[in-house]
Design a protein around this ligand. Structure first.
Ligand code: CA
Length: 226
């Protein structure tokens, strides 16, 4: 069953970023650019989860959360501006289940969405990802290869999880950049190469064969050698 996500965000750049990410993950996505549009979509085609920006034209995100909460138990994740503690507290009081501070990387939001959807659906989604000799326990945040435990930093973990959820599929540099580093990341251009190198070092430290392969001029792919 396809999960439906309603994104309430008036900034087209961020709305587009979220639409790309969730569509890539197989979700059905609807965008509302203001609170009234959000409420009418939620009434007509109830989504499985709402991502709600606090700062909206017209009725703000807090009021939208309250109104949604008064008629349904749908999970709500709020997006708040940086350094606005009152926003966060108010968001949770208005009935939001979780919040994320802008700017954020898509993988962080996706992880929170998965937590909320797991909580909501009685059927438990598998929390352990396996591919070849690799295992990631996304609940415990543990990674191992051939039962050898591998310690990863947060970004290394996000990058490997992206590969693990899309094995044998070429991840373009744009997708990786978008997904793991975020829409407003202004870092070095070789950051992906650097992190792939870190991952390879950790995953191949016991002479294991290569799993993350370079696809020249395009990106990377996770696959075992046939
Ligand atoms: Ca906004």
């Amino acid at each position: 069953m396809t999960m439906r996500i309603l994104i309430v965000e008036d900034e087209p750049e961020i709305a587009g970023y979220l639409r790309r990410g969730f569509a890539f993950e197989g979700f059905t996505v609807e965008i509302a650019a203001d609170g009234n549009a959000a409420l009418s979509i939620a009434r007509e085609r109830p989504p499985d989860l709402v991502i709600l920006d606090v700062m909206l034209p017209g009725i703000d995100g807090l009021e939208v959360a309250q109104r949604l909460r008064s008629v349904s138990a749908i999970p709500i994740i709020m997006l708040t501006a940086r350094d606005s503690v009152p926003d966060r507290v108010a968001g949770l009081e208005a009935g939001a289940d979780d919040y994320l501070i802008k700017p954020f990387a898509f993988e962080e939001l996706l992880a929170r969405v998965r937590v909320q959807l797991r909580r909501q659906t009685s059927e438990t989604q598998p929390s352990v990802l396996r591919y070849g000799p690799l295992m990631m326990d996304t609940a415990a945040h543990e990674t191992s290869i051939n039962d050898r435990r591998v310690e990863l930093t947060a970004k290394e973990y996000d990058l490997l999880e992206l590969f693990m959820r899309h094995p044998q599929q070429v991840m373009t540099r744009d997708v990786i950049y978008d997904r793991v580093w975020g829409y407003d990341f202004g870092g070095e251009s070789n950051i992906i190469e650097v992190y792939v190198r870190y991952l390879r070092q950790k995953l191949e430290s016991d002479e294991e064969s290569r799993l993350i392969h370079t696809v020249r001029g395009v990106g990377y792919i996770l696959r075992t050698d046939e």
